[in-house]
Design a protein around this ligand. Structure first.
Ligand SMILES: C[S@@+](CC[C@H](N)C(=O)[O-])C[C@H]1O[C@@H](n2cnc3c(N)ncnc32)[C@H](O)[C@@H]1O
Length: 309
């Protein structure tokens, strides 16, 4: 497999590129809960606990079966989550950032109410959804590098949200808004799917950089990049919009390539046969903390860029 750093020639932001037609979560609970968005903190060891195999224990990738009744509004069934909420300690700067910059840069999770980008950003611009920004270093750099685009950034890790809020405030990064919530629920409840003719979608791009690899086979079901989620993402992209994923875990890269390639609404933008379906690293994506760590461990890094037909 070709390493994505072998080729740095891909320069443009995909939004200006015209593509061809293209934690400690122990949320394996079987019971319905009033709010699954704030799973109870648990120890990292608990994350290795195998899921109980019950009918209600559905991954976010599963679909309701016959006879399924949706829960009343505001009540969510607990599902297998792609993250583990760790009781990370917030620094004083991060705590202060919530107070100082939260009102400007955070947007609330509004179940069943669609996100209004013009109201949130005060302008109409291409909109990119980022899932899982970690401490937000790459996010801040990308937002600086692409001032004409707006970034709606989801993260559940509170210190990470604090860190990015701090940067947004101190560096006056006006094209970022932060949603501290499970991106899967944000997608389902706040972002409309496109109509059959492609109209009505809000997203021009999706960034998912170094999502938790969930190495163990028994935890693979927690991975974000699965067919149902990719179908939901694709349905929320405008025609020509893109999904950009990156990982340093080869088996996950292979899963990403397989899942993204199988989604009928998407088309691979990588045409370089030598890269075997992977994309050269787009210039707008800087090295992230996780990537640096992976590179030091001798891992490869794989970028994948698919476009909505
Ligand atoms: C391995 S880190 C990578 C962070 C960052 N993208 C980077 O490259 O440094 C994955 C992040 O995704 C977040 N995450 C996982 N599932 C999520 C979800 N469903 N919604 C929001 N954030 C999520 C985790 O909290 C974690 O911070």
């Amino acid at each position: 497999m070709k390493h994505s750093h072998d080729n740095n020639a891909f320069l443009q932001s995909p939004l200006r590129h015209s593509y061809p037609p293209m934690s400690t979560d122990s949320n394996f609970s079987a019971s319905a809960q009033a709010d699954s968005s704030h799973p109870a903190p648990a120890t990292p060891a608990a994350a290795d606990t195998p899921p109980h195999n019950t009918a209600d224990n559905q991954a976010h990738t599963s679909r309701p079966g016959p006879g399924h009744k949706p829960p009343p509004e505001g009540v969510y069934l607990r599902t297998i989550k792609s993250y583990v909420l760790r009781a990370g300690r917030m620094g004083t700067g991060q705590i202060k950032a919530f107070e100082l910059y939260g009102p400007r840069f955070q947007v609330p999770f509004t179940p069943h109410r669609h996100f209004d980008p013009v109201a949130a950003f005060g302008r109409s611009a291409p909109l990119v959804l980022e899932i899982g920004f970690g401490m937000g270093d790459a996010t801040a750099k990308i937002a600086h590098a692409r001032p004409g685009d707006d970034f709606l950034c989801c993260e559940v890790h509170e210190p990470g949200v604090g860190a990015l809020l701090k940067r947004c405030g101190e560096e006056n990064i006006g094209n970022i808004r932060i949603l501290r919530h499970d991106a899967v629920e944000v997608l389902e409840q706040m972002l409309p799917a496109a109509q059959a003719d492609g109209s009505g979608a809000l997203l021009d791009g999706v960034h998912i950089f170094f999502p938790d690899p969930w190495h163990k086979t028994k935890h693979n079901k927690r991975r974000l990049i699965q067919p149902a989620l990719v179908a939901k993402l694709a349905a929320r992209l405008k025609p020509g919009g893109y999904i950009h994923c990156a990982t340093d875990w080869e088996p996950y890269a292979q899963q990403m390539l397989e899942v993204l390639s199988a989604e009928p609404l998407l088309q691979n933008t990588s045409t370089d046969l030598a890269l075997a379906g992977y994309a050269p690293k787009p210039d707008y994506r800087p090295l992230t903390k996780f990537e640096n760590r992976g590179l030091k461990l001798g891992h490869g890094v794989w970028d994948l860029v698919f476009a909505r037909r």
